[in-house]
Design a protein around this ligand. Sequence first.
Ligand code: TXA
Ligand code: MG
Length: 322
Amino acid sequence: MNEPRKTRRLGADGTGIAEAAALLRAGGLVALPTETVYGLAADATSGTAVAGIYAAKERPSFNPLIAHLPDLEAARAQGVFDAAAGALAAAFWPGPLTLVVPVSPGCTVSELARAGLSSVALRVPAHPVALAVLQAAGRPIAAPSANRSGRISATSAAHVLADLDGRIDAVLDGGPTEVGVESTIVACLEAGPTLLRPGGVPREAIEAVLGRPLADAGTAGHAPISPGLLASHYAPAANVRLDAEGPRAGEAWLGFGPDATQWPVALNLSPSGDLREAAAHLFGHLRRLDEAGCDTIAVAAIPQDGLGEAINDRLRRAAAPR
Ligand code: TXA
Ligand code: MG
């Protein structure tokens, strides 16, 4: 890549959806809204198209990507669903859940998109525009978050353009995303259902469907099978200080819940203490505080239940040494 491209702005109407699908079928790169974050989409069956994603994002290594599909039937053509995977797909698709399952014999997702693994990550998103594009494209679509590698994920078309303008063919503007954090990733492989990444579907909801606790990827007996889960990620330019009781001189403040802090550079993830609202605001608020130019963003403690697990996961990665 590195040829500058003219990045077209497409509307979330029939014309924009048809244009996006045509660009994808031709091997192009299109940023699409999903209910979690914007995805940088390409034809998952084409190694060349998928390589374009890595170049545009400046992703340092070939991490496996999620293949997005319009429905369960299309997903079953790509991967082998055991009972647990079938139950989770039935309960949460379309929605913010990604299932890592063994590849099916007829899987068309390219080796590059799977990073050579014998498993494949599949997701049916719950966004009408994404679903319409997936239907029109008629093939699995690979899409990591539409941001430069290591940076904060994009939750609006403006965030996409801030990172990728001139590097991709188009962005389809479907407004701000609703969930705000990426999908929950569950592997349904030999070791049994295992949480690889907390996300938009809370752990408790998944465990209720399974009728048993999820294994954790980090715990003994489970190899680290999600190579893309780097410690430092979602990183603003500023440092991030977690579990802060309040801001110190020179810091920006990211609060949660009722908060009487008077501070020049401050935002609140959810004044009422609602974790769904906090997840929806997380990446946008981090970007806005970062743009204010402080050295450090101090962040209030966030409860660990429900969507709090995903929010705290992203904040730990944002705060990790780089
Ligand atoms: O909400 C989302 O999931 C967004 C939207 C656009 O769908 N996508 C997203 O993709 O977050 P990405 O590439 O940022 O994260 C995909 C993660 C990576 O950490 C990767 O390592 C993991 O999924 N992954 C993909 N295939 C895998 C596999 N076969 N085994 C284990 N982990 C896998
Ligand atoms: Mg990402």
